[in-house]
Design a protein around this ligand. Sequence first.
Ligand code: GLU
Length: 423
Amino acid sequence: MPAPGGERQRVTRFAPSPTGELHLGNARTALFNLLLARGGGGRFLLRIEDTDSERSLDAHAVALMADLRWLGIDWDAGPDRADERGPYRQSQRGALYSRYLAQLEGLPATLRFRVPRDERVVFEDFVHGPQTFLTDDIGDFVVRRADGSAAFFFSNAVDDALMGVTQALRGEDHLANTPRQLLILRALALVAPAYGHVALIVGADGAPLSKRHAAVSVREYRERGYQPIALLNHLFRLGHSTALHGLLQLSEMARAFDTAHLGRAPSRFDEPQLRVWQKEAVHRLPAEAARGWLAPLLPAGLDERARDAFIAALLPNVVLPEDARPWVDIVFGGPPPLEPAAEEAVRGAGAGYFSAAAAAAATSGNDLAAIAGAVRAATGRSGASLYMPLRAALTGRMHGPELAPLLKAMPAGKACERLARFA
Ligand code: GLU
């Protein structure tokens, strides 16, 4: 598929205004631009649009960059990594803007762009197709504020041209800005990028995604323990169709990304689907990452063997770290209350069952096979009727993570005590 933007080396950019946290919608825009560049051997730029000094905060820019890096969205040139087309913070590009503003008129006051009358601005949006705007519908607009600084339409358009951007892929809220930006670039004889506008992300009720529906900032997902690759997989499929199944790595997404597969209709953010990706991502966590992921929940001073056994038991059963919290209490806290079915299983097994179990626990360490073997010998039980009362007495529940590693994680003596109380 020939890329929109023609024969030049592909250059894309993410151009956030640092006025708040990185939201899912913007994170998706950044991801799509990264993939568009990577898929075509091109370059991906990060440009901080901080000309609105009242609303822009450096702290937001710093946090935006940290969130992008956490997601694995890395740029070839940006504020921290300028090249000959930089600097990449608009607040540092004032002199450049003045030079181009001077070409338009030049008086040190608010400068409005005089929109030509009775013309059509026609362009091909590489998501939405051909677009036509009538200049008579576009009023003259400010390109230089009274304080001499360049206004959004101007700095955004001029920077795309000066930075050699070939495709500007951005949110649909900017579609109506495009004719103004094309008029500015035409007046300055600068080369415009191809523009494409991705549809909004909406919540389950079809309204634009907001705090009412779900957490919207990347930070919140990070803090809740979501894996970046899970978030990326959900964002990749929001408004972009793909035949590929399963959890994809960024490189696979880059090979598969195609602007022709970008939908024109809004796409629905779906937290249950995100949790499916998260579950897959957690299952694939390497041991060291899994340790880091659950570490904040674990009791201080836990020995390595117990920690690793606990993580091995829990990892297949949890989506978020908070799901492990009840099991931290069960395994490392006081004797858990028994749920009714567990109570029944324990009563049914009887005192002889538990005296054999407690005796074996005292001598075998927390070894499930040894304890079950002793109980089998004493009672003749097998299968569920052998194992269920053990699980019930040890955890208070009838279901849960695999029992052998859970038992291994329990402090010595605790298992024995829990079994002995029913002997
Ligand atoms: N600073 C603009 C925004 O954050 C960028 C628009 C664009 O990508 O052209 O909405």
